[in-house]
Design a protein around this ligand. Structure first.
Ligand code: HMG
Ligand code: MG
Length: 297
């Protein structure tokens, strides 16, 4: 199997900081995004236009968008749950939007107060409105391996959600191991089914790292299945407020290091990620989970 060039999406400013507490200032978020922009990353999920009651940490996303130094060639994207979120994302100048649903009914209800079908109904106005402004659209499918409430999720449930999204012609799917519990065998079981239904270039995998298996999962998907799209969060911060026990995303610097060590081409400078993580760590006043954060290269 040939190994395609990697396409990495930084989700730290959104997924990483959405559970960080109100202590993270807008200044610190802007500094984090600006540092990430210098690393060679091509896409940075910069904030979320969700209810401030649901996720207070993202309430200043419009200010973050207005103050970052945009680097040409980098896409600054936003998470959006509904029309109201899309309007705010457009006003803020987001370059791309990400809608989100799940393969588990219970998680989706807790996360966005909607059944899977209701959430997809909401997207039927959001997606064409974004596309009419020429914005690319990503669709997240969370809890694709395990749900904190329903346990193990069947690969067929993930495919069923994607089938209902297909008519909207979104550009890509990000398949989430929301609670960071998947193993390489779980990844194989899902990809064996998923890649029969969706072209591999439309798939991104979004691993959280609660059980320390995220790098192994990504390498498995890349080397054995040719998946080239991965999400990660510099510093390894984060989690989902509606997925109890979930830890942060796989750290971008750990993932980039693993890909480079395996002959992969990411276009990303690990030292620049380490510098971004150091800045975030001092803003948060605590060490971050990434392994590379503790190693001088
Ligand atoms: P709801 O309460 O059902 O919504 O929440 P509503 O339409 O009844 O509105 C309630 C209030 O929210 C109203 O304000 C609305 O105006 C306001 P009020 O009248 O009470 O003052 N509202 C909004 N405000 C700002 N922006 C908006 C917006 N929409 C409504 N877009 C809703 C439904 C979806 C809004 C809410 O549940 C929500 O915002 N949830 C977001 C949850 C979230 O962000 N979770 C984390 C991200 S998902 C994740 O982390 C997983 C992922 O990383 C992948 C993986 O790891 O698997 C993506
Ligand atoms: Mg996530």
């Amino acid at each position: 199997m040939s190994r395609p060039r990697l396409r990495l999406v930084e989700v730290g400013p959104r997924d990483g900081l959405q559970t960080a507490g109100a202590a993270v200032s807008t200044d610190a978020k802007v500094a984090f995004v600006d540092a990430l922009s210098l690393s060679g990353l091509r896409e940075i999920e910069t904030g979320a236009f969700v209810s401030p009651k649901a996720v207070p940490e993202m309430a200043d996303s419009a200010q973050v968008f207005s103050r970052i130094k945009r680097k040409p060639g980098v896409l600054y994207s936003a998470l959006v749950p509904n029309d109201k979120g899309l309007d705010a994302a457009l006003a803020a100048g987001a370059d791309k939007i990400a809608i989100f649903t799940a393969a588990s009914e219970t998680f989706n209800k807790k996360n966005i107060n909607a059944s899977i079908a209701e959430s997809i109904d909401r997207f039927k106005t959001v997606v064409p409105a974004a596309q009419s402004k020429k914005l690319p659209v990503r669709a997240y499918v969370s809890t694709a391996f395990y749900c904190p409430y329903e346990g193990k999720i069947k690969p067929e449930a993930v495919v069923a959600v994607i089938k209902t999204l297909e008519s909207m012609s979104v550009d890509e799917y990000s398949i989430g191991d929301t609670i960071g519990r998947a193993s390489p065998d779980d990844v194989r079981r899902l990809l064996d089914v998923l890649l029969k239904a969706v072209p591999v270039e439309n798939i991104f995998l979004h691993f959280h790292d609660t059980y320390g298996m995220a790098v192994a999962n990504a390498l498995t998907a890349w080397t054995e299945y040719g998946v080239s799209g991965f999400d990660a969060s510099t510093g390894g911060v984060g989690g989902c407020p509606y997925a109890p026990g979930a830890s942060g995303n796989v750290a971008m610097e750990d993932l980039v290091f693993a890909f480079h060590a395996s002959g992969g081409d990411t276009g990303v400078d690990v030292r620049a990620l380490q510098a971004a993580a150091r800045g975030l760590s001092s803003a948060l006043g605590r060490p971050l989970p990434s392994r590379l954060g503790k190693i001088a290269l």
